[in-house]
Design a protein around this ligand. Sequence first.
Ligand code: DGL
Length: 269
Amino acid sequence: MKTTSDGPIGLFDSGVGGLTVARALARKLPHERLLYFGDTAHLPYGEKSPEAIRSYALGISRHLIEQGAKAIVVACNSASAVALDVLQAELDIPVYNVIDPVVAHLHRQNAKHIGIWGTRATVSSGIYPRKLAEVLPTSEVHTMATPLLVPVIEENLLRGEVTDAVVSLYLRDPRMQGVAHLVLACTHYPLIATQIAKQLESKVNLLRVPTIVANAIARELGDAGLLRQTPHPEPHHFAVSDYTDSFAKVSRIFFGKGIHLIEENIWGA
Ligand code: DGL
């Protein structure tokens, strides 16, 4: 299939977390139309096997392509970690991920002591240490699975005692000692970045991952000749595989009041 600059950009995540990437991309590229899909029926991806995540990622990408997507943004670290190769092999449109832009950014910063917080799927894949070793062979990389953060966020507990306690638990982990750059390597986590920053020592650099990712994807879409020159006439489209009021509420907090979430039951259950 030949892709042109006219169509929308398809993005997906396991839930509302990928909206952090969608929002940054919408700000960076105001002419583009986004088609967002949150696979809330299968949330959390971080606890699923690589095989399951690959099959969800492929199904969603095909659905987005049927709706006209000109490129796919895997707005999920867990899926970027384990499904990118499958998507790139099976799909005939460009597929972008959220990991490479962060690795390139850390490389540009010549980062030495790096902490990575992610889901179990992302951490067990070993993708960050592997990619970082290629460009920053002498850096120390400490990866930590921080699985309690996703349910806290999906429950809309974006600030307050519970969030603070979970963040504090993870920050006290010995692996965090000496970390100078902290990567929130799960697209849900930037939703509580302020809560995390508030407990961080001031010398720790908390990466602004959604902006870093949006800038890199905008550049790559531009290089591929896939950016629109005029505003897309239609609004963004946001769907989830299992609709609940709570997802709708969190999505408004993250994308803005204009978001209208609908259910698209692509799994047919
Ligand atoms: N937002 C996803 C990520 O970036 C995963 C959260 C989850 O479903 O476990 O990894």
